[in-house]
Ligand binder design. Structure first.
Ligand code: ADP
Ligand code: ASP
Ligand code: MG
Length: 463
């Protein structure tokens, strides 16, 4: 069971977690917990580090004091035994001291390396597991905090480390099974991992879902349950579309597209290892635990309904390489994406006009300057010869994606979506269809995104 930031972020939330754990034990389940940092904590930690790298350490002590107070208030309310609460807080304070020291070092050096940022980023989880395990123990449930350095073993690709599943399985079986056999619930840090040598890494933002998946597979779990703050995977982001509803079941393909195209309810890398191992994933609401939520299973049940959800990725920009001289010249695309890859930028979507006079692709706006720069350098000779007229970036855009495996057998889906957008007077800048045919994406102007999502939801998903 993985509990997200809001699910461990308040006294009320942790009381729900305690009840959920009791219910699970009552059903005779052997359970392992994975916890996120308290909601907002990871952002606070990383923001302090990034400000320090820019020469500003003023807010550092304030952040440390805030985090200390928040954990302390929760510990006081959840762990009535004063001595135990004090023990938890000693460890929290110890971690916050490390935080202040590391960020001070960043401030002095004027630089934050990905390696140090990972050490700082996972401090939130290292604090929250102590609080949660203490609260469970105070409620009479045997639980023990477990840090996942040395448990989830990865390469040294900091900030998005990739697990070595074999080494991880061995470590998990060795360290966790004896605890579970003794009736103790391990409360494990999400997000955090380490190299074989013990250097701290993380699995990327939102990576606690991925931690749960990796641990589930390594322990041969029957199911992986992701506890969050909404009733499962929904037809749209409920913050954006109030009429969004829960999708009772989703295929692997559908949920993979949904996660990739912006539904942050599940980290995109979570799904594959679990499904490959034949383990079901459930997405459930900590604050409404009797709701059945969403189940994601391997066995390809016949898709019900054509379009199941609409998602968005905002703050994108479309980069276009344009020129008549590109016509039929082989290798332009390869060189273009080679240059983009050199900048370590993730290309979310590609669309090429059939005339071959332009290639467009969508990237996060934060990367636009360096990508345009790299392309201009790569094609300097072609630009000089006028074979390529220009490399340019659009204004801010949003990728709107409709997802549903049933689209494969159903003609006219794209038409229906586009005409809905037409009626709402939303201009579509580019279109791309995923090769799995479980998704169609449209690029629209940022300011049209809300309207686009609501009109698709209203006319197709509610219809
Ligand atoms: P956690 O901290 O539990 O991991 P996240 O904030 O990462 O929670 O993810 C849950 C949030 O994802 C929800 O509160 C919701 O606003 C957002 N979300 C976006 N798209 C969807 C969707 N299609 N279904 C459910 N939630 C979504
Ligand atoms: N706390 C981490 C983050 O905010 C990981 C997670 O919550 O999944 O990115
Ligand atoms: Mg999350």
């Amino acid at each position: 069971m993985k509990f997200g930031g809001t699910s461990v972020g308040s006294v009320e939330a942790v009381k729900h977690v305690i009840q959920i754990t009791r219910d699970s034990i009552g059903r005779g389940q052997r359970v392992v917990h994975v916890a996120s940092a308290l909601s907002g904590a990871t952002n606070q930690l990383l923001q302090a580090a990034s400000l320090a790298a820019q020469g500003d350490r003023e807010g550092l002590e304030v952040v440390a004091a805030e985090l200390e107070a928040r954990h302390k208030d929760m510990a006081a309310a959840l762990i009535l035994d004063r001595a135990v609460a004090a023990e938890v807080m000693d460890e929290v304070r110890h971690l916050l001291t490390a935080f202040v020291n590391w960020v001070s070092a960043i401030h002095i050096l004027g630089e934050a390396t990905p390696r140090v940022l990972d050490m700082i980023a996972c401090l939130g989880e290292r604090m929250s597991i102590r609080l949660l395990a203490g609260a469970l123990a105070a409620a009479g449930i045997q639980a023990q905090p477990v840090e996942s350095a040395g448990l989830i073993i990865t390469d040294n690709n900091f900030q998005a480390a990739r697990p070595d599943m074999e080494a991880t399985r061995a470590a998990c079986q060795q360290q966790l099974l004896p605890m579970i056999d003794d009736g103790i619930i391990p409360v494990i840090t999400g997000f955090m991992s380490s190299t074989p040598a013990g250097t701290i890494t993380t699995l990327g933002r939102g990576g606690s879902d991925y931690s749960a998946a990796i641990l589930g597979v390594s322990l041969d779990a029957e199911e992986v349950w992701i506890w969050t703050d909404v009733d499962g995977v929904m037809s749209a982001d409920p913050r954006r579309v109030p009429a969004a509803y829960t999708i009772p079941s989703l295929s692997f393909k559908e949920v993979a597209e949904l996660a990739y195209f912006g539904a942050r309810v599940l980290h995109p890398r979570t799904i594959r290892p679990v499904i490959e191992a034949g383990i079901a994933i459930r997405v459930l609401n900590t604050f409404n635990s009797s709701h059945p939520g969403t189940v994601i299973t391997t066995n390809g049940q016949k898709p019900v309904g054509v379009i199941k959800a609409v998602t968005t990725i905002d703050r994108q920009q479309l980069i276009t390489i344009e020129g008549r001289g590109m016509l039929g010249v082989p290798g332009v695309a390869a060189r273009a994406f080679g240059a983009v890859a050199e900048t370590e930028t993730n290309v979310i979507l590609i669309s090429q006009a059939s005339s071959e006079q332009s290639i467009s692709f969508s990237i996060s706006s934060e990367a636009t300057a360096r990508v345009v720069n790299a392309l201009e350098r790569m094609f300097a000779a072609e630009i000089e010869r006028r074979d390529i007229d220009r490399v340019w970036s659009s204004g801010l855009t949003t990728i709107v994606t409709v997802v549903g495996a049933g689209m494969r057998e159903t003609p006219g889906v794209a038409g229906k979506v586009l005409s809905a957008l037409g009626h709402a007077r939303v201009n579509v800048i580019a279109i791309a269809q995923g090769s799995s045919e479980a998704a169609i994406s449209m690029v629209v102007q940022d300011e049209d995104a809300g309207k686009a999502v609501r009109c698709i939801h209203e006319t197709i998903l509610e219809g």
